[in-house]
Design a protein around this ligand. Structure first.
Ligand SMILES: Nc1ncnc2c1ncn2[C@@H]1O[C@H](COP(=O)(O)OP(=O)(O)OP(=O)(O)O)[C@@H](O)[C@H]1O
Length: 239
């Protein structure tokens, strides 16, 4: 059960981006989309969210309403006139969650993402990393069945990046939702994805991550070996 792409193709005008892709994103799993710049990773997220429609084929949402798909794009799309708190609270207001519940939920998430001291700042006044974490909090707050993250940690410093990655995984384990992350970062892929999809113009190569169940895996030899394997596969695919 999940979201299935059946023979999906998509073009921007004359430029063919995605051609005849078949794949099922299963509920409760974590996926990473890797691939060279411009191959169509963000476009695929737009298709999954329903911002774009396939020109051929179809996308089937099995047991998941399309509203249960949340996407956090690279360019964050924050409103400069909203504070951090208001930005993260907004999806809960739309869902008509009671005020006290909203406050607790938003504040807990802001604490986890080290944003609580910036809670009253306007989005237009935030640093790149703060904007990225605010956008991530807005994506996480509704606990969607499918969370699509487009380069979620690209402007974070190494320590905040690791904390954000750990938060993404701990939330995913708690909620048992599906997380699909687009990244260029091989270590991030090996940490966040049970299944890695290397995307090329010809489609996907699918790899299972052998390190997901290892304790302290960031420090393990197997983790580094898997990163090396991913790097060399990426080089081959992009040749
Ligand atoms: N709205 C648009 N209109 C026309 N062309 C677009 C549009 N958005 C993206 N493209 C083109 O589609 C192709 C795929 O873009 P996309 O952003 O999906 O790639 P990507 O793999 O996510 O790249 P990156 O890793 O650099 O973010 C690129 O050639 C891009 O220029």
């Amino acid at each position: 059960m999940g979201i299935s792409l059946e023979d999906v193709s998509f073009s921007y005008g004359m430029e063919k981006i995605i051609e005849h892709i078949n794949f099922t994103f299963e509920k409760g799993k974590t996926y990473v989309l890797l691939g060279c710049s411009g191959v169509g990773k963000s476009t695929l997220l737009s298709l999954l969210k329903g911002f774009n429609q396939p020109e051929a084929g179809r996308i089937i949402y099995e047991e998941t309403a399309q509203e249960q798909v949340e996407v956090v794009f690279q360019d964050q799309q924050l409103f400069p006139w909203q504070t951090v708190f208001q930005t993260v609270e907004m999806p809960l207001r739309i869902k008509k969650m009671p005020k006290n519940e909203r406050k607790t939920k938003v504040e807990n998430l802001l604490k986890e993402l080290d944003l609580i001291n910036s809670s009253a700042k306007f989005s237009g006044k935030l640093s790149g990393g703060q904007k990225q974490r605010t956008a991530m909090a807005r994506g996480l707050v509704t606990e969607p069945d499918f969370l699509l993250l487009d380069e979620p940690t690209s402007s974070l410093d190494p320590q905040t990046k690791e904390r954000a990655q750990a938060l993404i995984l701990s939330e995913q384990k708690r909620r048992k939702n599906t997380v699909i992350t687009v990244t260029h970062d091989v270590e991030e892929s090996a940490f966040l994805g049970e299944i890695i999809l290397i995307m090329t113009a010809a489609g996907f190569s699918v790899l299972k991550n052998p390190t997901v169940h290892l304790p302290e895996r960031r420090e393990s030899v197997a983790f580094y070996e898997f990163c090396i394997e991913l790097r060399s596969l990426l080089k081959e695919e992009n040749r």
